[in-house]
Design a protein around this ligand. Sequence first.
Ligand code: HEC
Ligand code: HEC
Ligand code: HEC
Ligand code: HEC
Ligand code: HEC
Ligand code: HEC
Ligand code: HEC
Ligand code: HEC
Ligand code: HEC
Ligand code: HEC
Length: 339
Amino acid sequence: MKPSKRKFKLASLSTIVVLALCSVMTDAGEKQQDRAPTAKVPSIAGAEYVGQKMCAVCHVDQGREFSKTAHARIATFELQVARRECESCHGPGSLHIQGRGDTRKILKFGMALDPELFGRGDPSKIIHYSGLPPAEKANTNAYCLSCHNSRSHFDWAGSRHDQANVGCVDCHYPMRATEKLLIKPEPDLCLDCHAQRRAQLSYPSHHPILEGKIKCTDCHNQHGSGSRAMLRQENVSQLCFQCHPEKEGPFTFEHPPVTEDCTICHEPHGTIANNLKKQEEPFLCMQCHPGHQSQLPALKDVLDSREKRQTFYTKCTQCHSTLHGTDLPSTTGLGRFTR
Ligand code: HEC
Ligand code: HEC
Ligand code: HEC
Ligand code: HEC
Ligand code: HEC
Ligand code: HEC
Ligand code: HEC
Ligand code: HEC
Ligand code: HEC
Ligand code: HEC
């Protein structure tokens, strides 16, 4: 076979591989037609695909380590093509090799693309990043998202991380075979940037995150979500019910703030007050309740004694122990959360 013909074959196969990889990324059964990929996989003007074996001649360590990652496994076993693993991210590498490792002619992440090499204005030749800030990271993100356009990444664009210029490669490093290719495991991954949360997690009351019982990403979608604070559920209460189902009604007697939003009274990361309460009782309750106003017959005994009256203003939940909601009426047949 003549060399030129062989090159043509490789180039057209590359297109098929990229398309195939992209369709593999789509969650099974999900409708994707109306969701175009956010970026074209870039190419390097004039360069051809050469295959992983060629790259590994010089990049021995990267070749060995990469072959253990999900990206390599997908390409070789599921799609049954053994080449282009490296180049599906770094772009076609023939010119890079001809230049004996010319670093201007291979794609690397976090670099601004050189329009002369990548073809200004030709969307098939450049990473398409219109609408994103022309920052270096946007290039990388668009790049990764060209394949990772499934549901779990739909909300990336405009997410707080995207806005703050946090990129895929701030958390993932595809060249090493770590769990989910993370640069380090949770929670340190998150806490290195979110130092305030680390402080909260050592308060007397805290969700057991440092203890390894739950993860930041059980509650947050680091890739973005439609909800506030990138929460995994539509609203706070739905999120909390996942693990605290006994607090979910409907109850015969409901407490309005509880059904509205758990974070009215709780701070989910950590607090000084016990039970993740934003404030100690009775102050927590007295934000909304002035105290015992009415002369209820049931309380006559308590109300008559000055000393006993003070017990009202210690720990409200000593008597109102079912403030999250209950099916049982209180002594006077009302919904006052006393049992
Ligand atoms: C002939 C040897 C050779 C081959 C084959 C080769 N490279 Fe390189 N590559 C180099 C050298 C030399 C460097 C520069 C290393 C440095 O500066 O530390 C390099 C650098 C790189 C870099 C880092 C660029 C940077 O500036 O940090 C990437 C990415 C890369 N190569 C990818 C590839 C890929 C993908 C292939 C296969 C298509 C490949 N290389 C094939 C020699 C080679
Ligand atoms: C899923 C995308 C992806 C694939 C596939 C991939 N790389 Fe990388 N590569 C990266 C990222 C991200 C970095 C780190 C950021 C940077 O410098 O570009 C990187 C960095 C590198 C570097 C710079 C030195 C280093 O280790 O950080 C070399 C060399 C390299 N890759 C070669 C390869 C080779 C060889 C292959 C195939 C065996 C390959 N890459 C496959 C994404 C990829
Ligand atoms: C050419 C398409 C393609 C590109 C480009 C690509 N990926 Fe992937 N990636 C895949 C496929 C296919 C899988 C395997 C999917 C699966 O197992 O569900 C995967 C898996 C992953 C995983 C999961 C790894 C694991 O162990 O479960 C991470 C994380 C990931 N990619 C991050 C990245 C990042 C970051 C980039 C950009 C630097 C990137 N990918 C670029 C196709 C791609
Ligand atoms: C703030 C850190 C962070 C950023 C930024 C980030 N990721 Fe992730 N990613 C994670 C963590 C943590 C996991 C593992 C979550 C888990 O264990 O469930 C993950 C999992 C994944 C997975 C495998 C599971 C899945 O959701 O499909 C893929 C693929 C992935 N990330 C791709 C990307 C891409 C593409 C980008 C950029 C658009 C990106 N990530 C940005 C932290 C991050
Ligand atoms: C039990 C669920 C849960 C866990 C686990 C959790 N969070 Fe949160 N986080 C929330 C909720 C709910 C909010 C929204 C709070 C609000 O708006 O009052 C939030 C808010 C945030 C905010 C935004 C705060 C602001 O003021 O805008 C950041 C940043 C954050 N969390 C980071 C983290 C990090 C990092 C971890 C892991 C160390 C983590 N979270 C673990 C539930 C959780
Ligand atoms: C490279 C630094 C970095 C890493 C790593 C990182 N974040 Fe962030 N994160 C930021 C920045 C910057 C912001 C925007 C400023 C802010 O709200 O603090 C942000 C914002 C957030 C918010 C607030 C969202 C909102 O709508 O207010 C949440 C929640 C969050 N990150 C969770 C996480 C989780 C979970 C992880 C680990 C999987 C993580 N972050 C890892 C830098 C990082
Ligand atoms: C992913 C599971 C999970 C989610 C989601 C979750 N929690 Fe928890 N929560 C836990 C675990 C685990 C504990 C510790 C229980 C234990 O140690 O017995 C806990 C404990 C608590 C405690 C008692 C803390 C203490 O100091 O004893 C409160 C209060 C609490 N959660 C409130 C919430 C609120 C409010 C939300 C929603 C913002 C929420 N939780 C979401 C798992 C979760
Ligand atoms: C009106 C304030 C308030 C609201 C709103 C609220 N809580 Fe609480 N929660 C408390 C108080 C006070 C305690 C401590 C009770 C005690 O000490 O006996 C507590 C304790 C808890 C505990 C730990 C003790 C236990 O009963 O298991 C969990 C879990 C909890 N709340 C979950 C939730 C969830 C989930 C929501 C939202 C659906 C919520 N809370 C809304 C005030 C509130
Ligand atoms: C964010 C405001 C808010 C907070 C904080 C709050 N509540 Fe309430 N509470 C309400 C509202 C609103 C009602 C319903 C009042 C009504 O139906 O007239 C209510 C009703 C009640 C009732 C039944 C009263 C009646 O007349 O039937 C009791 C008892 C009660 N709360 C106790 C508490 C306790 C104890 C706390 C502290 C742990 C607390 N509440 C914190 C807003 C709050
Ligand atoms: C010594 C037990 C006890 C303590 C402590 C207590 N309550 Fe009560 N509370 C009751 C009883 C009993 C009723 C009447 C129940 C009924 O009518 O069935 C009541 C009724 C109420 C009512 C509805 C009637 C009214 O008087 O407004 C509210 C609101 C209320 N409590 C809030 C609180 C708050 C807030 C605290 C803490 C500052 C608190 N309670 C502390 C026993 C207590």
